[in-house]
Design a protein around this ligand. Structure first.
Ligand code: HEC
Length: 473
């Protein structure tokens, strides 16, 4: 787009360093106040209609180009595209405060006599595991009915009748710092016949300067007499790609449909705080990977001919994916964390680029502008199916494939850590149909799983426990 000399001067004078609060105060608040408007015939932005994500682009263009026939002038001479987009983020934050205060009626329903009535189903929240867990990260169910729970500090426990057992002995040593540790557990769909359990974790090693560095590793093994045995490596990064720091390990694991008697396994790994590596196929950061279930590399993976590429890569340009699931049609979806604003639900397709860090819905944590969601010329990225502005800190994603909630069948449920929420997302053929918050305020949501009984299990941190949603009324 064309920019005036005045805009270039502003950019040069460091206006980009302004955070959204300042940008709003200096340019917008005189008419819009804190979203409620009122000055100079300015309408409120704090309505359910205006909170709709379909308006993202229109809002951005209104800020850049102005509103004809209204007092609002064009800001394209004084604000960069990134600043205009950051202001859309800020408006979303103002609107979201109105959601939480109840002024915009889009928050999760409050319990009335223990029953929460959402748009398509009513449920009660029951305890499943109340005590004995420390930062649980994932829950899965074995064919015999036991649950398998990972804890971030490295413990793997079997849960019987709501009581966690002693940690399974001999599980891998993990790098339990910050976001690192024991992450996902995934039970092979043919577990009854083969016994395999897959784990993802932050794998520590010493580098040549004697520091401890880490990267996400995937192994499989079996549990016999509460001990971890038969371990095999499914994926390990090259030693030179391990790094210090405790950010963005991912990781979720999902099994693909059966092909000729075996299965693909997919896993999503974060970019370890190095956004630029997400675009580099010779590095393992910020990728979704596909192998066979024994770790061997399928001969139709997309980057087999790219020199020095990790041959397991399925898609790239991801930030920190912590949700991964197949829908009823066999399409793969992930949820991933953005910085401030702009978590994503993506349909993950072969060989595609999801754009991080070239494009983003989010802004920097301190509130300074970052990018816009739209690609610059000559680039093409896959847009998310839906985005969360503000971020929920998306973690855990499940498909409702049981019968306990027939009106949710085929929908996905996404958890949010910072958002302390569960959202129901209905997607058909890759297109968002509806999105609804169904639960809020019970703790940080680390994982959401539709159990073999069709009930929805929610793994919570702060307080550390697992609850389940049971149909009611
Ligand atoms: C002089 C008053 C004024 C200022 C300053 C102003 N606006 Fe507006 N804005 C308006 C009015 C009036 C409307 C309603 C226009 C309409 O409905 O056609 C509006 C509408 C909007 C809309 C809704 C557009 C749509 O199509 O739905 C957005 C978003 C918006 N303003 C953002 C901003 C931002 C961000 C700033 C600061 C960079 C800003 N405005 C500055 C008066 C103002």
């Amino acid at each position: 787009m064309k920019r005036s000399i005045a805009a270039l001067c502003l950019l040069a004078s460091g206006a980009l360093a302004q955070n959204v609060e300042q940008l709003w105060k200096n340019n917008c608040a005189s008419c819009h106040r804190q979203g409620e408007g009122g000055e100079r015939n300015t309408p409120t932005l704090l309505t359910a209609e205006a909170f709709d994500e379909k308006l993202d682009r229109r809002m951005f263009e209104a800020i850049r180009d102005g509103k004809q026939h209204a007092a609002m002038k064009a800001f394209d001479a004084t604000l960069s595209d990134e600043q205009a987009w950051a202001l859309v983020n800020y408006i979303r934050e103002l609107q979201f405060r109105a959601v939480r205060s109840g002024a915009i009626p889009l928050g999760a329903p409050k319990a009335k006599e223990g029953i929460r009535a959402t748009r398509r189903a009513s449920f009660k929240v029951e305890p499943f595991v109340d005590t004995g867990l420390s930062t649980p990260w994932s829950v899965e169910f074995l064919p015999g009915g036991e649950a398998l729970v990972t804890e971030r500090d490295g413990s793997l426990r079997l849960v019987r009748d709501g009581r966690p057992g002693a940690p399974v002995g001999g599980t891998p040593q993990v790098y339990a710092r910050g976001q690192g540790g024991l992450l996902d557990a995934a039970i092979h769909p043919e577990h009854a016949a083969n016994g395999w359990i897959y784990l993802s974790f932050s794998d520590p090693r010493g580098d040549d300067r004697g520091r401890t560095v880490a990267f996400t590793k995937i192994v499989r093994g079996r549990i016999k007499d509460n001990a971890w045995t038969d371990q095999e490596t499914i994926f390990a990064a090259k030693p030179e790609h391990y790094s210090g720091g405790d950010l963005h390990f991912g990781c979720r694991i999902a099994f693909g449909p059966r092909v000729d008697g075996r299965r693909h396994v997919f896993f999503a790994i974060g970019e370890r705080g190095r956004g630029e590596f997400a675009q580099d196929l010779t590095r393992p950061q910020g990728k979704v990977f596909r192998t066979w279930d024994d770790g061997s590399i399928p001969d139709d993976n997309p980057f087999l001919d790219t020199p020095d590429a990790y041959r397991q890569i399925w898609s790239f340009g991801h930030r920190n994916p912590q949700g991964l699931v197949f829908d009823l049609k066999g399409d793969l979806y992930d949820t991933e964390h953005a910085p401030r604003g702009g978590d994503e639900l993506n349909r993950v397709v072969r060989g595609a680029n999801y754009g991080w860090p070239v494009v983003s819905f989010g802004i920097n944590y301190g509130g300074t502008p970052f990018k816009t969601p739209w690609a610059s010329e000559g680039k093409s990225f896959i847009m998310p199916v839906t985005r969360w502005m503000p971020s929920i800190a998306a973690c855990g994603l499940t498909l409702v494939d049981g019968n306990a909630f027939p009106d949710w069948k085929g929908d996905m449920l996404a958890g949010g850590l910072a958002g302390s929420c569960v959202h129901r997302v209905r997607v058909r053929d890759g297109v968002l149909v509806e999105r609804e918050e169904i639960l809020h305020g019970m703790g940080r949501v680390r994982d959401v799983v539709c159990g073999p009984d069709g009930l929805i299990y929610v793994v919570l941190n702060d307080p550390d426990r697992i609850v389940r949603l049971v149909p009611a009324g």
